[in-house]
Design a protein around this ligand. Structure first.
Ligand SMILES: [Fe+2]
Length: 190
C-alpha cells in the first residue's frame, strides 16, 4: 500500500489510512478466495463434480469483481493497492486449501470454511469502519451479504439432507482425546 500525497480526499489522512487498512485486507482475501476457488475448481473429483465445478467458477467471478471494487476504493482514497501474488501470499488471513485432487464434499466444505472465515473478517472490518467512512463500510457490507449467501449455498451442497445429519453438524465435535476439534461446516467460523 503506497499513499500518493497528490491525491486529495475528503478524509483526514489518519482516518484515510485506517480505512484503507480494512479495505486492503479485504481485497487480499478476495484475491485469495479467487485463487483457491480456481484451485478447487480444477481438482474436484466425485459424483457432484459438474455442479460444484461450475459453481466454483461463479464464485471466482464474484471474488474478482469484489477485489476490483476494493482495490479501486483504495485508489479513490489515494492509496495504491498491492495485489501481487507475493503480497497476497504474505498477507491473506485465510488458510491454504488442500492440494491435489479432492473429493467433491471435501471441496464444498473447504470452500465453505474459507468463505465463512472471510465473512467473519469482513464483518469485523465493517464494524470498525462504521464511524470512520460510511462509504467504505457500505462496500464491505455488500460483500458481507454476498459471502454469507455463498456460505449457505456451499454448506447446503455438502449436507446429506437428513435431519439427523443436520443435527450432528450443529453439535461441537470432539476429537479422540476429548478436546474440541476443528469446527465442522455449519458451526461458527473462528
Ligand atoms: Fe474451468
Amino acid at each position: 500500500m503506497t499513499p500518493n500525497p497528490r491525491f486529495q480526499t475528503t478524509l483526514a489522512t489518519p482516518t484515510r489510512d485506517a480505512v484503507v487498512v480494512e479495505l486492503h485486507a479485504s481485497m487480499a482475501e478476495m484475491i485469495d478466495l479467487a485463487l483457491q476457488g480456481k484451485q478447487l475448481h480444477w481438482n474436484i473429483v466425485g459424483p457432484r463434480f459438474q455442479s460444484i465445478h461450475e459453481f466454483l467458477d461463479e464464485l471466482v467471478d464474484t471474488y474478482r469483481g469484489w477485489s476490483d471494487d476494493l482495490a479501486e476504493r483504495c485508489t479513490a482514497l489515494g492509496v495504491a493497492p498491492d495485489g501481487t501474488a507475493g503480497y497476497i501470499s504474505d498477507h491473506s488471513g485465510l488458510p491454504q486449501c488442500p492440494s491435489g485432487f479432492q473429493p467433491d464434499m471435501v471441496v464444498a466444505e473447504a470452500m465453505a470454511e474459507r468463505v465463512l472465515l472471510a465473512a467473519k473478517h469482513v464483518r469485523e472490518r465493517a464494524e470498525r469502519l462504521a464511524d470512520l467512512d460510511p462509504a467504505s463500510e457500505d462496500l464491505l457490507l455488500e460483500i458481507l451479504a454476498g459471502l454469507e449467501e455463498q456460505a449457505w449455498m456451499l454448506q447446503a451442497q455438502s449436507m446429506t439432507g437428513t435431519a439427523e445429519s443436520a443435527a450432528d453438524a450443529k453439535r461441537e465435535p470432539k476429537s479422540a482425546n476429548g478436546s474440541a476439534a476443528k469446527p465442522r461446516i455449519g458451526a461458527a467460523a473462528s
